[in-house]
Write a protein that binds this ligand. Sequence first.
Ligand SMILES: Cc1cc2nc3c(=O)[nH]c(=O)nc-3n(C[C@H](O)[C@H](O)[C@H](O)COP(=O)(O)OP(=O)(O)OC[C@H]3O[C@@H](n4cnc5c(N)ncnc54)[C@H](O)[C@@H]3O)c2cc1C
Length: 444
Amino acid sequence: MRRLLMHSPIGVAALWILAYLLITLFPLMVLLFYPPPEQGFWVDFSVGLGFIGLAMMALQFVLTARVNRIESSYGIDILLQFHRYTSLVAFFMVLLHPVILFIVQPETIQLLNFPQAPLRAKMAVLGTIAFLAMVITTIWRKQLKIPYEPWRASHTILAALALGLGFGHTIAVGNYLGLFWKVVLWSGMILIALWLILYVRLVKPWLMQKKPYVVEEILPQRGEVWTLALRPLGHDGFTFHPGQFSWLTLNITPFSMREHPFSMSSSGDRSDRIEFGIKAIGDFTKRIQDYKPGTKAYLDGLYGVFTIDRYGDSAGFVLIAGGVGITPIYSILLTAAERKDDRPFLLIYAAPSWNDITYREALEELKKTLNLTIVYVLRKTHDNWEGETGYVDRALLEKYIPQHRGSRQYFICAAPVMMDAVERALFELKVPVTNVHMEHFNLA
Ligand SMILES: Cc1cc2nc3c(=O)[nH]c(=O)nc-3n(C[C@H](O)[C@H](O)[C@H](O)COP(=O)(O)OP(=O)(O)OC[C@H]3O[C@@H](n4cnc5c(N)ncnc54)[C@H](O)[C@@H]3O)c2cc1C
């Protein structure tokens, strides 16, 4: 049983969930049950909510610290989704804590009179405001027109403030942390969370700085995509599972934390030249073409579970790409060709027009060495186009995917609308959900 848990990806993932539950609930149990609290059920209940909320807040720092072992069990999509939902749950617990107190002990509402309130209440109010600001700026970032980089910086500062002030509040109240060892227990948890901020902000950049890369080449591709080729400088680089991604810092120090995630588009088995296919869409990506060979670059990786390497026993693969979503899939195909993988690959690739098909010539070339079928789906067609047009929908998928749906693993990388539509269609076509893997390019 132990072997099964430690060695199967599902077993490891289950162990992480168990650890999460234990860490969230254990300090609470210790605090509430030994020695038993005596403030009455509703007060204890409200305090319990506050403590669970605080423990969940502390654990958010673990979820977002890009710990490879955790990330490789779930993939960044699921981890961030979990981060979003558990943050909301933590927020409502933290909010319910004073609401219940105000109801069962109405005199405590005076603590909201900020100028006259004691320090413990001031810390609680400020911590809750920081938490609220974090939730609002995250959910409505695009509507509020907050660019990604300032949002990310403010997110970290607000999170540290909310946690620090929340912890300060519990220490100042004191009732439930009366014993020294209880203070040590909680301080340890909060210190780990704050250490993770230092790790992400200082230790990781320092490690990255010791392994620099230089730009070797920047080449234009179809579909407003640029190939950025990097060469490791003074070290061996890395091999990777095709489909994985890294965080790229270009022409600035890694301590600046201005990094962007990109899937590698080169062969996973080649460590001396790492390539990315970057679509020019915003501030950073539109400047890629202006960098010169020799520019310094830094990579933080490897991340992601969007790779066929996890499914060595699959009889074949269906790869579905939309636009620049081809990059991890191209890496998968390139690596498979180099490894002389003879399993069948079906690529369904949606692009605006024939001229926008990124890597078109290279993909056609791959047909010579791989058992590869390509179905291009164009939105804008030309006169003698006889292929597929429109969108990748249920009818189109039904026409091409194998009858025995479960015999393949399905990998989708495209714009969010297309990913949702394809996922729904595959579900309707009875493709087992465990066979469908997705990579989202939009984290926030
Ligand atoms: C796992 C993963 C793999 C990716 N692989 C590729 C790829 O192979 N090729 C490719 O062209 N694009 C890829 N992307 C998307 C790429 O990271 C964004 O297009 C790029 O960061 C946009 O930056 P910008 O400043 O040019 O655009 P902006 O206009 O500033 O941002 C556009 C959107 O990109 C996202 N974004 C911006 N900056 C960051 C950042 N620093 N970190 C995370 N997200 C950010 C935000 O959702 C933002 O709304 C990938 C994204 C992820 C999450």
